[in-house]
Ligand binder design. Sequence first.
Ligand SMILES: C[S@@+](CC[C@H](N)C(=O)[O-])C[C@H]1O[C@@H](n2cnc3c(N)ncnc32)[C@H](O)[C@@H]1O
Length: 180
Amino acid sequence: MPKPSKIGYIPTYPQFIVDFGDGEFSSCLRSTRAFNAGEYLVPLDASRLTRGPKAYTSVQCGPGSDDHIELNSDLVYINHSCDPNIAFDLSSPNPSDWHIRALKCIQSGESVTFFYPSTEWDMDQPFTCDCLSKNCLGRVRGAKYLTISQLVKQRWTNPYILQLAAQRDEQFSQRIRSHL
Ligand SMILES: C[S@@+](CC[C@H](N)C(=O)[O-])C[C@H]1O[C@@H](n2cnc3c(N)ncnc32)[C@H](O)[C@@H]1O
């Protein structure tokens, strides 16, 4: 399913609305109600999800190169922030437990954002972040290009991403040791 478009738009979920921008990639998803920190916003309705190749619209759901899903809903309009207000929690081995959770209080009308490297190892379409947060990364390319300390500083990073970062660092250490 392509991204929902402005023409004939019908929201997928009552708790969100797409704010369509004029330019390419300038849209965002806004909350239509307030949420408390820790509250579940929406389950990732496993019946909507489809497996597919890595794309700027896909979300990584595991450590493998084939572990990418399309959301097939308004959720595709969720932008990245280096100081995000939601988490995509795909940590359960059971996809029906995957969900979106508030990381802090969210006001009605606020744009919902997650930290893309919390799900993405090596992104299909890197970009320069415009979140303007104090700790903005600048270029967003995926967790592969971040240190473990940058990842654990976030309120949420999926365990398969931390596992990939740990493996990367271990391989690097082994290479160094082999030269000693
Ligand atoms: C899945 S789309 C998110 C929705 C997108 N804004 C749109 O209008 O289609 C991901 C793309 O949105 C843009 N994007 C998301 N978060 C951004 C951010 N913090 N700064 C700049 N561009 C961002 C990038 O072009 C990125 O590849």
